[in-house]
Design a protein around this ligand. Structure first.
Ligand SMILES: C[S@@+](CC[C@H](N)C(=O)[O-])C[C@H]1O[C@@H](n2cnc3c(N)ncnc32)[C@H](O)[C@@H]1O
Length: 145
């Protein structure tokens, strides 16, 4: 099945290249600005009640796709779905970021790990009861984070 998605906005950050971008939000102190296209802005109503949001976006600087990758935090090769590596077949990224404030169709966020200009596909509120898990196994990342 071929699926077509709508871009709902643009993520602006200070990171112009992949190389200078932090590897995960929890390692980042950087702030960013997210512009939601006016036709989708009404969908933001109520979002200011949340401290964190989950951004779903397109890794627009990736051209190829790989099923085996060497992730940033390891020298071993892993299946791409056992990693958060951007060279994945659908080039989709997710980042939980801090919501600092909303100004109409603009969101100001903290703890960002995204390259400037990334197309935004979706936003969801981070809800601790839904999204937090205890007794977690972190696979090959254990001891590295
Ligand atoms: C390891 S990935 C994790 C991204 C996200 N938190 C996730 O788990 O899906 C983070 C890296 O993706 C790369 N990246 C971020 N935005 C990108 C974009 N728009 N195009 C290509 N690579 C990007 C940067 O190199 C960044 O360090």
């Amino acid at each position: 099945m071929k699926i077509e998605l709508k871009q709902i906005g643009v993520i602006y950050t200070l990171f112009k290249t992949k190389e200078e971008t932090p590897i995960q939000p929890f390692k980042s102190e950087a702030e960013g600005r997210i512009e939601i296209f006016p036709k989708y802005a009404e969908g933001l109503d109520g979002i200011e009640q949340f401290s964190h949001v989950i951004l779903v976006y397109y890794f627009h600087k990736i051209k190829d796709e790989r099923l085996k990758v060497k992730p940033y935090l390891d020298n071993n090769i892993h299946g791409v779905y056992a990693t958060r590596h951007p060279h994945r077949p659908n080039h989709i990224g997710i980042s939980t970021v801090k919501l600092l404030r909303r100004d109409e169709n603009i969101l100001y966020v903290g703890q960002i790990d995204i390259v400037d200009g990334s197309p935004l596909l979706d936003i969801k509120p981070y809800v601790s009861a839904f999204d937090r898990r205890d007794n977690v196994k972190n696979g090959w990342l254990e001891g590295k984070i």
